[in-house]
Ligand binder design. Structure first.
Ligand code: IDP
Length: 140
């Protein structure tokens, strides 16, 4: 299996509760390496652009409000089969459905305030990494 990259966001519910380190530790223990990281306050334009695929969903407005409600930490993660590895450690979107030991089961507050984002395919990982990072900010 090849070493690949994925994109992660530690969401505002986690930064608010000072869980950046706790979440990153779970990512690292799952075999992922943080090769780029920055703490930002997402603008409305960034949040709307990032979640454009969801713009017809009923929760879109609230999701944009939530993602701009506090700082987030955007990260590039590297590892063997990084997209799947990250999705596995994140757990299901709704923490009520997430498996024991996953980040969302351990830390998420709700289906919306669910602590982490992770790309769902290698194709989207590349698009999402490019949305927030220049290549020279990524140090493997
Ligand atoms: P994912 O983050 O597990 O890939 P998606 O279905 O792509 O899940 O949804 C993107 C984000 O939108 C979720 O992580 C969550 O923050 C939010 N979201 C998803 N479904 C709902 C919902 O039914 N109500 C409110 N927010 C939702």
């Amino acid at each position: 299996m090849a070493v690949t990259r994925t994109f992660s966001i530690i969401k505002p519910d986690a930064t608010r509760r000072n869980l950046t380190g706790a979440v990153t530790k779970m990512l690292e223990e799952a075999g992922l390496r943080v090769v780029a990281s920055k703490r930002i306050r997402m603008t409305r334009e960034q949040a709307e652009g990032f979640y454009a695929v969801h713009k017809e969903r009923p929760f879109f407005g609230e999701l944009v409000e939530f993602m701009t409600s506090g700082p987030v930490v955007v990260q590039v993660l590297e590892g063997v089969d990084a997209v799947k590895r990250n999705r596995d450690v994140m757990g299901a979107t709704n923490p009520a459905d997430a498996a024991e030991g996953t980040i969302r089961k351990t830390h998420a507050e709700s289906i919306e305030a669910n602590t982490v984002h992770g790309s769902d395919s290698e194709e989207n990982a590349k698009i999402e990494i490019d949305f927030f990072f220049d290549e020279d900010e990524i140090v493997g």
